[in-house]
Design a protein around this ligand. Structure first.
Ligand code: ARG
Ligand code: ZN
Length: 472
């Protein structure tokens, strides 16, 4: 979550006006045998990904040193061919590739634009499982965020005492080769190699930490499938603060050593928030949760899986709640297409209102505030069509009001049942707007769908729904 003005002009000045290098080299520049890849088919980021690939698992070994903007990596990808493959194309704007192996044997490859293209020795039949190993070394590319007009750097970012990762929407391929579309979720094994004294914390459950010859090796496992942008790794002089949470969930926060209490304060209510959101959404999807605070005061907060990423500035507790809500809607239920971003942002924003109500606050001023934001900007239906729309007011506030219209129509009990059914049915799967609407229709009927329709598909901003329940 972020307030838009925060990283527009000043950050742009810092990073220059260099556009994100999204264009692939002309096919003529490719060596013989390679062809221009066609992308996964995402409607907002059509060049990303490869529709022929289903990556099921990424095993990433990453070696880095604080203060040195260099990454030595080895990525092992377990892939299933969804279509017959004569070429494999991965997104990778990262360091230089040193070698590629397919099922253990060296394979011809080329880095072109932000793609890593690989030629299998023989065509791969649809349905075949195979393993790709990519070794690389160098400086992660500077990758600017098209969704914020280039005002934000994405991916693996070195900072004074270490590094952090902030990838949404398309920064993951700055530090590992991947099928960088949210629709293709995968599980992860991470092996982090850092100088002793530097702490690593990452998405998933920590399974090892040993120090050998002055290097600390830390392993993390995330068995649940998540979208690529939700993977995070933080390294540095970090203080890990753990406590038991509800339902056996482990709470683990990572704060830079010396982080002031004014910044830590927003994260004190995690146990209560986990319990509260589980009541509305169903069980929290992972065994561990916490936040990692970076050294940068200007980042947007991001719902990185099991370990949300935050700027080092005092945040309101509802921002912490917002990122936690995304663990259900964004990470566990991932987008089938970026145009459906309201299924992330509208839901996480609506969770803020549910929490505020639970704290005894009145809903009306919050609804008015959201509505006022929408009135100020050009109206659009909630389905996004450009990168610039992904994180605009319509995705957040019109998305949230779409849910509010539904809730007022069906009442709290049925609304809760719809959210819980949707979260359970699509757990660890990708979702489109029609998947949610299917659940709405099934449990709320045609009238429930109708109440949402003007918000979803109309262009004009509908009137703010009134606080009256038609049924309970
Ligand atoms: N998903 C984040 C949140 O609202 C916002 C990410 C903004 N990302 C960006 N590239 N501008 O919690
Ligand atoms: Zn959000």
């Amino acid at each position: 979550l972020f307030s838009a003005p925060l990283f527009s002009a000043p950050l742009l000045a810092q990073t220059g006006t260099r556009p994100a290098p999204t264009q692939l080299q002309a096919p003529s520049a490719l060596p013989a045998g390679f062809t221009t890849p066609s992308g996964y088919g995402d409607s907002v980021y059509p060049a990303l990904g490869d529709a022929g690939l289903d990556v099921t698992h990424y095993d990433l070994s990453l070696r880095s040193d604080p203060g040195v903007d260099r990454l030595i990596g080895r990525a092992v990808l377990n892939i299933e061919a969804r279509t017959p493959l004569t070429q494999i194309s991965l997104d990778f704007a990262g360091p230089q590739v040193l070698g590629v192996k397919l099922n253990g044997r060296s394979a011809r490859h080329v880095q072109a634009g932000e793609k890593l293209l690989i030629l299998p020795p023989a065509p791969i039949a649809a349905g075949t499982a195979f393993t790709l190993t990519v070794a690389y070394s160098g400086t992660p590319a500077l990758h600017l965020d098209a969704s914020s007009g280039g005002g934000l750097r994405l991916g693996w970012i070195a900072q004074a005492g270490g590094s952090y990762v902030l990838s949404e929407p398309d920064g993951a391929h700055t530090f590992f080769p991947c099928n960088d579309v949210p629709a293709d979720g995968a599980s992860y094994s991470l092996h982090l190699n850092l100088p002793a004294g530097t702490t690593a914390v990452a998405s998933g459950v920590q399974t090892r930490q040993t120090t050998l010859a002055g290097r600390t090796l830390s392993d993390f496992e995330l068995v649940q499938e998540i979208p690529t942008y939700a993977l995070t790794v933080h390294t540095g002089r970090l203080e890990l603060v753990t406590q038991p949470g509800p339902a056996g969930i482990q709470i683990r926060n990572a704060f830079p050593v010396g982080l002031p209490d004014t910044v830590r304060a927003a994260f004190g209510q995690t146990p209560a928030m986990l319990g509260f959101l589980a009541d509305w959404f169903g069980p929290y999807p992972y065994p561990v949760y916490g936040v990692a605070v970076t050294e940068d005061p200007q980042l947007p907060a991001l719902e990185t899986a099991t370990l949300s990423t935050f700027p080092s500035r005092p945040e309101a507790p509802v921002t912490a709640l917002h990122e936690l809500a995304h663990q259900w809607f964004g990470d566990n239920l991932r987008l089938g297409d970026w145009s459906d971003i309201w299924l992330n942002e509208g839901f996480a924003t609506y969770a803020e209102l549910l929490w505020a109500e639970g704290q005894g606050e009145a809903a009306a001023p919050i609804l008015d505030r959201w509505y006022a934001r929408l009135v100020r900007e050009p109206a659009r239906g909630v389905i996004a069509s450009t990168p610039a729309q992904l994180f605009d007011s319509s995705s957040y506030f019109r998305g949230a009001l779409t849910l509010h219209a539904l809730r007022l129509k069906v009442g709290d009990a049925r609304f809760r049942q719809i959210l819980r059914t949707y979260a359970a049915r699509f757990s660890a799967r990708s979702v489109r707007t029609t998947d949610f609407l299917g659940v709405v229709q099934e449990l709320g009927g045609a009238a429930a769908l109708e109440a949402m329709q003007p918000w979803l598909t109309g262009t004009a901003l509908p009137p703010l729904p009134k606080e009256t329940l038609t049924q309970t």
